[in-house]
Structures are given as C-alpha cells and as structure tokens.
Write a protein that binds this ligand. Sequence first.
Ligand code: ZN
Length: 225
Amino acid sequence: MIRTLPLVCSICGKEFKPEHEIHYQDDYSAQQIKDVKFVCDDCIRAWQEKWQIAAAEFHEADYVLTVTIRLEDGTVHEDMDCTPNEDTKAVVTAEDIPVEAQRRLYTFYAAWKKEREARQLKDCFFHKDEEGNMTATITTYGGEHYENLGIRLSEEGGLLADRDVPDYILDELLVALQSYQSQEIMLNMQSTPRSQTAPAAMKRRQARSQWPGTYQPFNSGKNDF
Ligand SMILES: [Zn+2]
C-alpha cells in the first residue's frame, strides 16, 4: 500500500518543501511516520537566528550545573540544566538549541571554568594562637595571596575576615576550615585514649603536639573532597 504524506511543519503549521534534508523533532512516542514532528526550513532558520547567545552565566551547586543564558534579542533562559562535553567542545542544555549555539556556549563555559579554577585555594595554612584567634595564609591557583588573614566564624556560620577579601575567597576558606576542623577532631580522638594511659611526660608531649604552632598545609585540590 503506497501512502502519501504531506509535509506539514509542526511549529508553524505550514506545508513545506524541504531544501536538502528534512528536520524533525526527536519524539520517542512517534510510532509511525505520520506522527513525526517535521520542522520546515524557515522555522529552523528562525530558531538558529534566535539562538545568538549574548551572555551566559554558569552556576554549580551540589554537582548540578545550570546556566542562565541571555540571547541577543533579549530573551533570558534561566537556570537551565546543562552538560558540557569536553570532546565535542559543546554544551548541551535542557532546551533544544542549535549546534552553533552549543559550541558558543562552550566558550562561555570554558572561561567560567578557568576563572573558577584560578579562584581555588592552592595552599592554605591555618594558625591558632593561645587565645584561640585564627589566621590563615592562603594562595589561590590564580596567584592571589593573603598573609595571616584573621578569620572567625560568624553567628550564622559564615566566615568573617579582618580585611576586605572577595566572597569567593571566604567561601573557599570556609570549606577548607571545615575540613581542617574535622581533621582536628579526628586527631584528638586518636590521641585521647592513648594519652590516658601514657606516662605524664608523654602526656605533656602529646598535649603540645595536639596544638602545634603551624599545621600541615591543607591542599584544596578540586577533587580532594
Ligand atoms: Zn515552520
């Protein structure tokens, strides 16, 4: 049985003649060719023209990467889930966007990633004096350096510094400090049972070594925790 199917665009509803190839939307529920959602060349062109990315802001929280995109025509797509592909140098988004736009989005992504990596702490040394005042000496991968930065936790659990530092430095420092404090708790738990049975001289030595003047460097590599 030979059947005929008029080519009707699923977007504009017009009948069309394909130029070189037929565009259609992915739809796994389509069982027959008549269920396929064709898209005419005019609608494809309009879609490609629309997706001129003017700006893109990436955001990562709990390992979920999202992007807010502003198009040249002013349209804003907020917090779209997205997945960068290092091999194809393209970023796939929840919204279907042209390949050229995916590649352009990747350039924004690469710049964002580079900046983010530069802001991560390469070295971080904490120091606590007898009164319990804490300082941190840090260097980022991008080369920013802060010497003996006085820090303390705020009531809300945030980190306060004794001078003006960018928020991203405080965010990184807070994570490093939390990790350092949990290491400190573990060290105390390891040494406490032994010191209970140890001779007095050894107890004193251990008590001192629990609070050394300078701690081992804490390296916050991006995948270390
Ligand atoms: Zn159309």
